[in-house]
Design a protein around this ligand. Structure first.
Ligand SMILES: [Fe+2]
Length: 375
């Protein structure tokens, strides 16, 4: 890493659009991401943990290698992709969405449409995830072009064996620009939000924590979340709530005899609150569709799945209110990096089969577990 004593990077907070109350997100200008100096990285890291989503414009020429190297600076001991090789499992709900770049396996191609050649991947067809394949109730075919949903609010994490990546980067290579869509919550509240087609939506899990009652804050600080083993296979027959924030409970999850073999030592039990390593703030951070049990401070286990999900949904739902959602209006060349321990995010939108969109995603399983509330 070249050494220099000062950085020319400047930080510009995202201006919330009319009616929005978002208090996170920043654009960083003046960074040379192919040659990040130590002082540059100090600025980038601080900006990431203070703003939770940072955006660099005009990065069209950035190599997958440099994208990987930048992600690795946040966790120099990490080497492998955040999901390991589990995406290869055909039954995983993540399997169709990500294609590994052969010469840089920590970087995945995601998007939509036919692609003749991209970074060593030849004649591939990318498929933008559509909520109708995941939600219990879908928007009707005639309303589908103008309306969309949050596909699946999540943390990028295998949640079995591997630790949740500290950061994920998303690089917009090709972006079809079309009209805006109306994002519907369809949860009886009437909530809705305008988003650009294919916007990636983020919410702050620090805000989500701050919105809790004092009683719920205490619950969050002292409770641990146990995730299902092989969660993305386990949940594969189950269907999501219409707000994308966790699953409906219809008893459809696979039982352990239908899953790959389970090593009890690899089951993930993580705090419900994760501490920001720079600001010290607490995030209410749980993957709503992968949760299986809650373990209270006194050792009591809440293991009735419907009840577990109701508790988590009640605590998280206020944090995804329309005015708290930051939806990136992607332009080609945008590189976003987000604090995967402090935000939830989701795909939105739907594309026609021929609309070509290409993104590169990079993250790495963390070298250590997330910081708990008492760290
Ligand atoms: Fe993701």
């Amino acid at each position: 890493m070249p050494h220099s004593t000062n950085s020319h990077i400047t930080i510009h907070k995202i201006q919330p659009p009319e009616g929005s109350a978002i208090n996170f997100g920043a654009e960083l200008r003046g960074a040379d991401i192919e040659n990040v100096s130590e002082s540059d990285f100090e600025v980038i890291k601080k900006a990431l943990y203070e703003n939770n989503v940072i955006l660099f414009k005009n990065q069209q020429s950035l190599s997958p290698r440099a994208q990987y190297e930048l992600a690795r600076l946040f966790d120099p001991s990490a080497t492998g992709y955040g999901h390991g090789t589990t995406l290869d499992a055909k039954r995983s709900i993540l399997h169709p969405d990500l294609k590994t770049i052969p010469h840089q396996p920590q970087v995945q191609a995601i998007g939509n449409g036919p692609v003749a050649s991209f970074e060593g991947l030849e004649n591939i067809t990318l498929k933008h995830p559509h909520h109708k394949t995941f939600h219990k109730h879908a928007i009707s075919a005639e309303d589908d072009r103008d309306n969309t949903r949050f596909y699946r609010w999540h943390i990028d994490a295998a949640l079995y064996d591997l630790e949740p990546p500290r950061v994920t980067s998303l690089m917009a290579v090709k972006v079809p620009k079309t009209e805006m869509q109306n994002l519907r919550y369809d949860d009886g509240t009437g909530d809705q939000l305008k988003v650009s087609r294919g916007s990636t939506a983020f919410v702050s899990s620090y805000k989500m924590y701050d919105l809790l009652s004092e009683e719920d804050k205490e619950f969050a600080r002292t409770t641990k979340v146990q995730y299902a083993p092989h969660p993305y296979i386990w949940m594969s027959p189950a269907r999501s709530r219409s707000d994308g924030l966790g699953m409906e409970s219809d008893g459809l999850e696979l039982d352990s005899s239908s899953l790959p073999s389970i090593d009890e030592s690899k089951i993930k039990i993580l705090p419900m609150c994760w501490k920001n390593p720079v600001t010290g703030q607490l995030a209410l951070q749980a993957h709503p569709s992968a949760v299986q049990k809650l373990i209270r401070a006194d050792g009591t286990v809440i293991d009735e799945l419907k009840e577990v999900r109701e508790i988590v949904h009640r605590m998280q739902r206020p944090g995804i209110a329309p005015e708290l959602v930051y939806g990136i209006d992607w332009e080609e060349g945008d590189l976003a990096i987000f604090n995967n321990h402090g935000v939830l995010h989701t795909v939105t939108g739907s594309f026609l089969p021929e609309e070509v969109r290409i993104f590169r995603q990079c993250n790495m399983a963390a070298s250590e577990p997330p910081l708990g509330p008492d760290a």
